[in-house]
Design a protein around this ligand. Structure first.
Ligand SMILES: Nc1ncnc2c1ncn2[C@@H]1O[C@H](COP(=O)(O)OP(=O)(O)OP(=O)(O)O)[C@@H](O)[C@H]1O
Ligand SMILES: [Zn+2]
Length: 534
């Protein structure tokens, strides 16, 4: 346990995305997951810092800008605005957007480099090897496909490099890294990724170069301005720079004073080694505490291949959100692809899942129940004696434990299981109302029973909406508003103060006599389009 984790703060990051092209649904995937975690932690009463941003240096970006006849900075600025606008469309509530070309970042990188230099962990040597510019990473010959492609970028041949560079003494940290993985198994998840890293460490770690010759687009090496700092050395430190408040002097001490160590780094498995090996080793060298946890999720694939900007086989998230709304996109990817595994996207499955879960199961249940409450009880939440309700009441008994199950799910980043668990309550609600048939109970004059049935269904829908709110905040807003609450799940202050998990995740929260709104569909059925258009 690191010192800060005992406090009421929670800092988490997405990767800082390369700006070689506009974001795609893969970039959105990690960010949606991070936002769901951030929202959950806020409901738990934590002060949260969600960091996202862009990685703007290196040959990959320099070449992209050249090809487009733009200056690298101009290119970065344009792409950054497309990231920011996508995050707005997807209701991502980030607190910091870290750009690695920021001048304050230059100060942090320089100071950090100085620490490692003073420690004797940086030295000059000859670098030879195959380099994938799209990964910005040297590759082992045995990793290459058809002797010239990295396994991810099968359209961009690796390039031979032979130059004098500054190296970081990674090999010096072999034992400390082994000890880290022994002592803190939770440091890297899921288990398959941990095993992959353990086996990589087991092969013996080699020092890696942290500078490049003949590359303008980067920060100069403080001790040798002919060289620029390797893009990944500076990118990882982008997480640290992001911790500075805007009025703070850019020093390491300031950056690390409040939010460090970061609790969670969410990444895709493509950048696992940088985060699980290079990053902790660099921090060890700088004598800094390590982050709490790294989670490397799987790939969204198209025809079995990782979707990516370099391959160009991507799906445009802007088109998806414009056509279906942000809740639909967030729910689909978090529910339908087990976090940690790879998953293909399929438009028919997308439409069917959303219609089945959100329009039919959840939306219709609320709609038909509300109509009955309007008809029978003048649109007010019926009063019931909750304590007198049998403990084995199907909705009450499940609802009473659901908050805990779901909290555990968010802690474990098990988004798919969370959605399933919540949907089980909704489906139990549908089954219950059909079996109980409150419309005939009403005709028989059994008013107390009708009240109890309708209350327990409405309360189950409320609980489902609350627990889903980190994933589908707008849908949850509409449900809460129909249930008579004036509450906004997109308002950070409200979330932190008026919607505590310990209250709202319980079963039995809906206040008797609360006036309900007129029933309106909370999630409109989606039509399967012929194509997606922006
Ligand atoms: N297909 C994908 N599936 C899941 N996550 C992805 C995918 N593509 C990108 N990401 C997310 O973006 C991160 C990589 O960012 P990067 O900017 O390198 O995007 P990229 O599209 O993979 O770029 P490129 O194709 O040029 O390698 C991943 O670690 C992950 O967080
Ligand atoms: Zn590559």
């Amino acid at each position: 346990m690191t010192p800060k984790q005992t406090e009421n703060l929670f800092a988490l990051t997405t990767p800082l995305y390369y700006v070689n092209d506009v974001p795609h649904v893969g970039s959105a995937y990690t960010t949606m997951a991070a936002d769901a975690v951030a929202r959950f932690q806020r409901l738990q009463g934590k002060s949260v810092l969600l960091i996202t941003g862009t990685d703007e240096h290196g040959q990959k970006i320099q070449r992209t800008a050249e090809a487009l006849n733009r200056s690298p900075q101009e290119h970065c600025d344009q792409i950054v605005s497309s990231f920011e606008s996508l995050w707005d469309k997807l209701d991502i509530q980030y607190d910091r957007f870290s750009r690695t070309t920021a001048s304050r970042h230059a100060d942090i990188v320089k100071e950090f480099f100085g620490r490692l230099w003073d420690k004797g962990d940086i030295y000059l040597s000859q670098q030879q090897g195959w380099y994938c510019v799209a990964c910005e990473e040297f590759k082992e010959e045995r990793e290459l496909i058809s002797e010239k492609y990295c396994p991810i970028h099968t359209n961009k041949p690796v390039e031979w490099r032979d130059e004098e560079n500054y190296f970081f003494r990674l090999s010096k940290y072999q034992q400390q890294l082994e000890a880290l993985y022994q002592e803190r198994p939770e440091f890297l998840e899921p288990e398959s990724r941990r095993n992959e890293i353990l086996s990589f460490i087991g092969q013996g770690l080699q020092d890696f170069s942290i500078s490049r010759l003949n590359l303008e687009w980067g920060f100069p090496v403080p001790v040798d301005p002919k060289q620029t700092i390797y893009v990944w050395f500076d990118a990882l430190l982008g997480y640290v720079t992001a911790l500075l408040d805007s009025d703070q002097e850019p020093t390491l001490e300031n950056a690390l004073s409040q939010w460090w160590p970061i609790n969670l780094h969410l990444i895709g498995k493509d950048i696992l080694r940088f985060h699980a090996i290079s990053w902790p080793a660099l921090l060890m060298s700088a004598d800094l505490p390590l982050p709490g946890r790294i989670f490397g999720h799987g790939f969204l694939t198209k025809d079995g291949k990782k979707m990516g900007k370099s391959l160009g086989n991507t799906l445009d998230p802007v088109a998806l959100v414009s056509q279906f709304g942000s809740d639909a996109v967030r729910y689909y990817f978090l529910k339908e692809i087990e976090f940690g595994q790879d998953g293909d996207f399929n438009l028919t499955r997308f439409v069917n899942t959303l219609n089945a879960d959100l329009a039919n199961d959840l939306g219709n249940l609320l709609n038909r129940t509300l109509k009955m409450v309007h008809k029978y009880f003048d649109g007010r939440v019926p009063e019931v004696n909750l304590a007198a309700m049998a403990e084995d009441h199907p909705l009450k008994s499940y609802g009473q434990t659901l908050g805990k199950t779901v909290a555990q799910g968010y802690e474990n980043l098990a988004f798919s299981q969370i959605c399933e668990a919540i949907l089980n309550l909704v489906q139990a609600g549908n089954k219950y109302i059909d079996e109980q048939a409150p419309w005939s109970l009403y005709k028989q004059g059994k008013l107390d029973l009708v009240k109890s049935v309708l209350y327990s269904v409405l309360e189950s829908v409320r609980l489902a909406a609350y627990l889903l709110s980190p994933i589908t905040p707008n849908l949850s807003n509409r449900i809460y508003n129909q249930l008579g609450f004036s509450i906004d799940f997109n308002d950070k202050t409200t979330i932190e103060t008026a919607l505590p998990y310990e209250t709202h995740a319980q079963w039995g929260v809906l206040p008797a006599d609360q006036r309900l709104a007129e029933p309106q569909p909370v999630f409109l059925r989606l039509e399967l389009p012929e194509t997606l258009s922006s």
